[in-house]
Ligand binder design. Structure first.
Ligand code: PNW
Length: 484
């Protein structure tokens, strides 16, 4: 009875999934779903994304040192379900199966992050003898399965030792330590990793970690302190770009993975579009704009006033070291922009209470964000290569009585975002690939395990992975494009 209403083909797809793709769906099976994705450019790269602390577990194994997230998650009252990521999805031990999950999707790329505390347990100094062993095993497995690795150097799991010694990113000593670590990793992995991302989403970990205290290290700094952290993080990015260039093998590519403040023209008129470009440049002044222009905007400095960060012109030169591509994580529209005859040239429409959201309250669906963000950055800064480093949604994801997670909300979200992404590529916006967040459910920071973002459901007691219906959707999308 549970499958009433499903076509035989859909049913076969679902049951096939429980055997992890053993029954292959023909690429042309469903005309209706994913129709929009049929005309992505040839060679467009489809992948999934994860990060070390959110999936690995094994926090005390093979010489890993503690990270600020271990400390934070073990502090009372920080994580909504009182959980931590001591074991998380246990990817550290289950990675071989997880590579098969990627392969079953037909994904050809995987974005993961390297845990700094596994490499340098004290943050600097002597590397752990087993420093990169796990990542070497993972890379071998990916390579054996035809999946291209994209490695993020920092996805927020700072060695706790650097927090204790330097105050974390409040000090530029951390920026320098990051460059040394980046050099070490690039020297050893760039024979197999062609693309490195420096820092994942500067804005989020600075804002929540050092401003609101809602993420590790849980600080609530003054505006001047926060501006300095922002600058030190941008500096860390630039130093890491230089380190990867100096120590990676020739041809190694490097760039940031930023979640830009997304500015959408409220109505797509030329004036609003221009206003949204101006807003994009101003509202990303602390990260993307300084990285790509080598200076803080006048408005940013004027607004900061005496709280502006302390820096040298040499810092700005480092921060704006040339990058090979821009990584953009796009989840949600941050602002709907309207042209205005004021000093800034724009106003931001307030969000009405009735604006819908996905399971996470911050995640308002606005598929056009994934069209406008790449389009704005390509236009503003003449960026030639863009990867969508993350896009996806959480959902309640409860299995139905038949055991299947019918996450049609996630499918709705993805279908609409991919339609808008295809709009961008069809207009020549140079997006080269897309990494869906996330391969599987994982530790969602201060939301613990209460927000599930995966294509695969993880039972956190047994660590069992089960494909959700959205895994079939993504697989079909990829297959359709492969034959297009
Ligand atoms: C990203 N926002 O965080 C992170 O890179 C991931 O580690 C995380 O699991 C994922 O997105 C889902 O949250 C973001 O408020 C969190 O716009 C919030 C926002 C953006 C990114």
């Amino acid at each position: 009875m549970a499958f009433k209403g499903l076509s035989r083909r859909q049913f076969a797809g679902i049951t096939g999934w429980s055997l992890l793709g053993i029954s292959a769906l023909p690429a042309r099976s469903s005309q209706a779903q994913a129709a929009a994705s049929s005309s992505f450019p040839g060679g467009f790269l489809w992948g999934t994304a994860t990060s070390s602390y959110q999936i690995e577990g094994a926090v005390n194994e093979d010489g890993r040192g503690p990270s600020i997230w271990d400390r934070f998650a073990h502090t009372r009252g920080t994580i909504s379900d009182h959980s931590n990521a001591d074991t998380a999805t246990d990817h550290y031990h289950l990675y071989k199966g997880d590579v098969q999950l990627m392969k079953a999707l037909g994904a050809k790329a995987y974005r993961f992050s390297v845990a700094w505390p596994r490499v340098f347990p004290q943050g600097t100094g002597t590397p752990n003898p087993k420093s990169l062993d796990f990542y070497n095993r993972l890379l071998d497995e990916l390579s054996a399965n035809g999946i291209e690795p994209f490695a993020t150097l920092y996805h927020w799991d700072l060695p706790q030792a650097l927090q204790d010694r330097f105050g974390g990113w409040t000090s530029r000593d951390t920026s320098k330590a990051f460059a040394d670590y980046a050099a070490y990793v690039a020297a050893r992995l760039s024979d197999r990793v062609n693309h490195f991302f420096t820092i994942n989403e500067c804005s989020r970990h600075v804002h929540l970690g050092y401003g609101f205290g809602a993420d590790a290290p849980g600080l609530k700094l003054s505006q001047s302190g926060l501006n300095q952290v922002r600058h030190n993080v941008a500096l860390g990015h630039g130093l890491a770009v230089q380190a990867v260039r100096a120590h990676g093998r020739a041809g190694t590519r490097v760039g940031p993975a930023e979640n830009a403040v997304s500015c959408i023209p409220a109505i797509e008129t030329p004036a609003n579009i221009r206003a949204a470009e101006i807003a994009t440049r101003e509202l990303n002044a602390g990260y993307l704009t300084v990285m790509l222009e080598g200076k803080y905007t006048d408005a940013y400095l004027a607004q900061a006033g005496s709280d502006a960060p302390k820096y040298t012109t040499e810092d700005l030169r480092i921060i704006s070291s040339p990058i090979d591509f821009l990584g953009l994580s796009v989840y949600t529209p941050d602002h709907y922009v309207i042209a205005a005859d004021n000093e800034r040239g724009f106003t931001l429409a307030p969000f009405p209470k009735s604006f819908p959201h996905m399971k996470a309250a911050w995640l308002r669906p606005g598929p056009e964000a994934i069209y406008w963000v790449p389009r704005h950055v390509a236009k503003l800064w003449n960026v030639k290569s863009i990867y969508i480093t993350e896009n996806g949604t959480s959902g309640s994801d409860q299995p139905a009585p038949d055991g299947t997670v019918y996450d049609v909300d996630r499918i709705m979200y993805l279908r609409n975002y991919l339609t808008q992404l295809q709009r961008a590529t069809s207009e020549g916006v140079p997006v080269l690939g897309y990494f869906l967040w996330s391969l599987m459910d994982n530790f969602e920071w201060s939301d613990g395990y209460e927000q599930r973002f995966g294509l695969y459901r993880v039972d956190f007691d047994t660590k069992r992975r089960t494909p959700k219906l959205s895994a079939s959707f993504y697989r079909e999308t990829i297959a359709r494009n492969a034959v297009a």
